[in-house]
Design a binder for this molecule. Sequence first.
Ligand code: PMP
Length: 444
Amino acid sequence: MSHLFYQGRGRKPVLEQARGVYMWDREGNRYLDGSSGAMVCNIGHSNENVLTAMRRQMEKSTFGYRLHFETEASERLAAKLAGLMPAGLSKVFFVSGGSEAVESALKLARQHALATGQDSRWKVISRTPSYHGCTLGALAVTDYDPLSRPFAPMMREMPKIPAPRAYLDGLDPDDPETGRHYADMLAAKIEAEGPETVLAFIVEPVGGASTGALVPPAGYMERLREICDHYGILLIMDEVMTGAGRTGAFLGCAHWGARPDIVVMSKGLGAGYVPLGAMIADERLVEPVLDAGGFAHGFTYAGNPLACAAGLAVVEEIESQGLCANAARMGEKLKARLQALMQRHELIGDVRGKGLLLAFEFMADRTTKAPLPRALNAHDRFVRIAYERGLIVYSRRTRDGIEGDHILVCPPLIVNDTHLDEIMEGLDASLAQFTAEIRPELKA
Ligand code: PMP
């Protein structure tokens, strides 16, 4: 009997050890971590330099409350992050995870509005589908029905616009008109809500779990910025999954030269070594809030020195090993190989993503883009088949209305060609087994 409980009653193998891209359970079974946990372990498991930095910090101090002390670890990590952000984003607020980072961004945006005499602004527009966290504030800007529906009465409903799923709408993702078409939905929503009531727009540069590695169409990011500027609303870039090199650049939004007002990071920043997140804001937002009396928000563990020392060592590893470039290079190879897999496995309807944030989506029919029936529970079944073969991948079924299952393939950024071969062998065999299982049920 276990005293732990998470989503369901199912028991999992007990993790014994993890090194690089591999993990072993207590029975001695080996797994290739093809999803970096939940897109977390960007630099791989048990990196010796990070462990050394953590040991050094532990010998100095493991906790200093932020209202009593500054710490060298948090100061250094903040300076490091500021140097990796777009110009102006120089103010860093540490937290312990992605949801906390999103909550912090929403609250800073609101406090900035209050500090600058814009009290009527409070609505935060987001996309459907989307995932920004599971605390009630972050959940209010999330559109992922299974997690948000039970709590709807406890949250203030926030406006949503459709994510730019050009592949479903039959639009050319390389045509800037497509980007403009989807981004203009933001302008229309702001107008409908009343521009004076809108505070911010929150978006992932490349969609994560919710949309399955959705890459925005040409022109989308640029147009979003124009619209935000026009209406005086803040652009919050959720880089919780895309940040720390995942898409082949330190920040996902860098691919489009985007200029967010606030960036939120977590997952790859602590890289699984420690719970760590950060909100990095434009100094123009922070100064008026500090002038007006300070930021009315904070978590006990904010700026924890052990977490920050680990985070700094993680970022240094990303830099010294050239992991952004490796993610870009290996990501291109892996994406091409996933695309080639479509020829052998007709249930794959779409392959997409950037860097090592990659996904494929199952479809019953590529032409009509019909999803597999929900009752098949295809994504869970595929993940289980792959897991039994020693390959860990991540999945969701979220496409609202049309519904669909996607599988995220997101190994640590340290992967080499041999690892890619192993991932592809695991996927190919798992897809064959999955198709054999699913086919009779599809015909039934
Ligand atoms: N934003 C995004 C884009 C995420 O992917 C996640 C986690 N999947 C979160 C926020 C929430 O992060 P956490 O689970 O660390 O609270």
